[in-house]
Each structure stands twice: as C-alpha cells, then as structure tokens.
Design a protein. Structure first.
Length: 380
C-alpha cells in the first residue's frame, strides 16, 4: 500500500516565520507577511498537486478564513487535489452539512474529505453560540455523524437524540463518492466517537512510543465496534540536503520567537481543555532547551502555535527514515506543513518523496498511466 501525503493550506496567513494561532490563541503578526488570498493559496494548492500530495488540510476557527468557502474557491484552480476541510459539527445542522458535502463532491468531481473538529476550547465555542461542555460536544458529534452518514447512504432519517433532532430528513442527491471522515482527539470519549464513526484517526506528532499507544487504543475500540480505522499523523517538516542545513533553518525559526509572544501563547494554550493540546505542551514545557524530543522530532513549533506543534527536522534521508518509523507503527497518511508553505512543499516533494519511491513506499497518485489517454484507441 502506497503511503498517502497531504499538505496544508495556511488560511491564517503564511510567512518565513512560524505563524501562530489555534486553540483559542490568535494568529500572530507574521500571518500578514503573506495574506491568505485565493491567489496565494491556489499557488500552494497547485504545487501540492504537482508534487503528489493527495489533499490539503484547511483549519477551522476564528483565527483563520472559513474552510468551506476558501476551499470551494481554490478548487477552481486545481484539477485533482482533494480538500480536507475542517469543520465543527455544532455550528450547522447535520442535514445541511450532509447537503453541503454532497454539493461539494458533485461540483469538484469527488474531491472532498472531512476533518471533524469537535472543539476543545469552551470560550471559543461560546463566541459561536455553543454553550455545551466538552464531553457534551463529543456526544453531539456522535449524533451528528450518525445522521450525516445515514443521509449519505440515501436513508430517510428520524432521530431524537440528546442534542440533535431531525425528522424525515433526506437528501435529494447523495454524494458519490461518499467523503471520508477524518477525526482526532485524545480524551476517552474522543476514542469512542472515532471507533464508531470515522475512517481515519489523526494524531498530532508525538514521539513514536506515544503514537503506538494511541493506535493500539483506537484500534482496540474500533474492533469492539466491528470496524477498522486507518491512521494518520499531523506534522510540520523542515527537510534539506543535509541535516546541518535543516537544523539551521529550525534554529532560525526559534530565534524569531519573541519571549513575550511565547509567554503569551503558552498562557493561552494552558487553559485549553483539549487533551491533545495538553500532550503537546508537555513535550516542551514552554522551554526553549532540549526541543529534540526524539531523533529528528522537534517540539519548537508548539512554543508559538496551538495544535500541531512538532516538526520532522533533518536531511531528506533522515526525514524519510522517520516516516518509515511511523509507518511501521501503523501510520499510512501524513498531513504535513512547513513555513513558508509554498517553498517547503517543494523541499519535501523533491527531496523526501523520491527516496520513498526508491524504497517502494510511495508512488505519485497523479502520475500518467503506461497507456496515455491520447493513445487509447477509439471504439464506438
């Protein structure tokens, strides 16, 4: 099975510095260096498509542009690239969300993937009018996904749940293909929802031993539900021709972290209710020292950015080896990013991917077939 790689659309802005934001913290000023215009994001998307990334993840929250609208516009400038659209199920009705996804599939030729984000910050959720506590939000996510999946199967749905109620709900046209559902969460109830409803469980880039524990945990829960789940990981990357060059880039980023900004961001993230965010913070403890927490795994990004806070740093060969290490644990999909996103896509795509090709671990998903379409004989 060929590994699957996705890139990231920085809808909170891009820069040669780390652009912070997420989990209740605002985007940093560096996000204004390259504003998230449709033109710039389309440039990144086209590069990702050419290099062989299957899809691009877009974030969700008050700190970035709306994912649905942005990806709909960027999709017009690409041909095959899929869009892993992050959305929060408590903000729209499940019937409307199912309809939106179905429309997106038809209008893009089946290029939608859904990243379900329950929301780990109550203060941010309340800004959107959502006053449920964290566990209740996860229970609502379960009801939401149950309704959406039934609608996608063409069923007429009647459900009176703890948080959601629909009556005689159905879609005039079901999506084809049905979008795959991606989902992450480290709390016990998050594991239960993943086991019952999702196709791909995503973890942030923790050291391999911790990732192995998560995989075993979710895999066991899914087995009890009679299901199997695929696994993906979310990481940043800094890959260069030599390890020295890569670490020089990492240290440049670290030198750009203003101490007051680090202090402010860490204080904001400390109030997060997200178990995954707590685990990210524990990797560095707010300290600039000893940030290489596993060979080639650097926790520096998390000093100024919420959410995914680790990066693979090293030569192309070293980064390829770390990818193989995670793959051996059961990770098949990698959702990657780097600053700036346009240039780093090329560093990874031209440096690491050819090495994985040579080892039989990856093949370009959009490579031409051995019989080009122009050479297929016409028959009536």
């Amino acid at each position: 099975m060929s590994l699957t790689f996705h890139w990231f659309l920085p809808t909170n802005g891009d820069s040669r510095h780390v652009v912070g934001g997420g989990h209740g913290t605002p985007a940093t000023a560096f996000g204004r260096n390259r504003p998230p215009t449709v033109a710039y994001l389309s440039q990144i998307a086209r590069a990702a498509e050419d290099l062989g990334f299957v899809g691009v993840l877009t974030p969700t929250g008050a700190w970035c542009e709306d994912a649905w609208l942005t990806t709909a516009m960027v999709s017009r400038h690409t041909e095959r690239l899929k869009f892993l659209v992050a959305f929060r199920p408590g903000f729209v009705s499940p019937t409307l969300a199912a309809q939106m996804a179905s429309t997106f599939q038809r209008q893009t030729g089946g290029r939608l993937l859904l990243n379900v984000v329950t929301g780990g910050e109550s203060h941010e959720q309340r800004a959107y009018g959502d006053f449920l506590d964290k566990d209740a939000r996860y229970r609502r996510t379960g009801e939401f996904l149950q309704i959406v999946r039934d609608l996608w199967e063409g069923k007429t749905v009647d459900l009176s749940g703890e948080h959601l109620q629909v009556e005689d709900a159905r879609l005039a046209r079901v999506p084809d293909p049905v979008p795959e559902v991606y989902f992450g969460g480290s709390s016990p109830i998050a594991g239960e929802i993943a086991a019952r409803h999702v196709d791909v469980y995503l973890t942030w880039g923790e050291p391999p031993a911790q990732v192995a524990e998560k995989i075993a945990w979710v895999r066991g829960l899914a087995a009890k539900e009679g299901r199997t789940v695929r696994f993906g990981i979310r990481l940043h990357v800094i890959t260069r021709d030599t390890a020295e060059q890569a670490w020089t880039e990492a240290h440049k980023l670290l030198d750009g972290f203003d101490p007051d900004t680090v202090k402010s961001v860490q204080a904001g993230l400390a109030r997060s209710e997200s178990e995954g965010q707590r685990r990210m913070l524990a990797l560095h403890g707010g300290n600039r020292e000893d940030l290489e927490i596993h060979p080639n795994l650097w926790a520096g990004i998390g000093l100024v950015r919420g959410g995914a806070g680790t990066a693979l740093v090293g030569s192309h060969d070293e980064v390829a080896e770390r990818i193989k290490e995670y793959h051996a644990l059961g990770i098949d999909e990698f959702v990657l990013s780097g600053y700036p996103h346009l240039e780093e896509a090329y560093w990874f795509g031209e440096g690491v991917l050819p090495r994985l090709v040579a080892q039989g671990l990856w093949q370009h998903p959009f490579a031409p077939t051995s019989t080009p379409a122009a050479q297929v004989p016409f028959t009536s």
